[in-house]
Design a binder for this molecule. Sequence first.
Ligand code: NAP
Length: 254
Amino acid sequence: MKNIEGMSILVTGGGSGIGTDCARRFCAQGAHVTISGRRLDKLEAVAAELGDNCHIVQGDVTVENDREAMLSEAVRHGRGKLDALVNNAANMYRQPVDGYTEAFLKDAFDTNVVSAMMLSSIAIPHLEKTQGSIVFIGSTHTRRAFPGASPYATTKAALEGLTKVMAAELGPKQIRTGCILPGAVSTELNLRAGLFTAEEAKDRYEAVAGLHALGRIGTGTEVAEGVEYLICAEWVTGVALEVDGGIGLGASNF
Ligand SMILES: NC(=O)c1ccc[n+]([C@@H]2O[C@H](COP(=O)([O-])OP(=O)(O)OC[C@H]3O[C@@H](n4cnc5c(N)ncnc54)[C@H](OP(=O)(O)O)[C@@H]3O)[C@@H](O)[C@H]2O)c1
């Protein structure tokens, strides 16, 4: 098992939620973490909390120049190297099947899938030098079907497929891949999508807690523990790891 201390790690979407919890956990263990996102105020607040181990880059993962800046800044902050890329940035996309709009679906795949593919692609020369890893954040939406969430679920399913093919393709370079499938974690994901008010989101998280075998939703820290495992486990690649309190089991009390 590798030790995360001293690693250089780029976490996209690190200004909030699970990305922030990854940065917090990795910085606390002495990693050099670069976080990116579009909202500078969010990134600055995280950096102020985490100190010198945390570096920020404002940018949009759908923009090529911004992706290049994220990577070069992560390498610079990480003492000239990159050990891991965590493709965490994403949005929630819900639309009923009989109400699909092409622009919406293209935005969903561009943000949640294509951006992560392109960022991973340009990171490969750096990861080859460190025998590093690429982690994708999937979702248990590929294990439990929630009506209305097909645009989001299909982007996350794409990441699972990508994880496997990339593992096969990059294995000879000693680059590993993995995909974390989190269960429900209270973040601003649904709020940012304008789906619920903060009060409604709270009610929904309470309602969904019972779908988890362990009877509760998770924390971003618990997801970050899974991400750390995939970064550090040297004989694990191409896996989808459910860190989901058992929601993916589909257990019920019939
Ligand atoms: N929360 C859950 O229950 C749950 C469950 C399963 C999987 N996930 C996954 O976990 C990951 C983190 O989500 P979260 O729940 O922590 O939600 P979140 O707090 O909304 O985090 C998502 C982050 O992505 C960034 N982002 C979105 N679009 C971007 C873009 N075009 N360019 C750059 N950054 C962008 C956002 O920052 P800006 O808006 O500032 O750019 C935000 O900080 C996502 O992949 C999500 O799908 C979450």
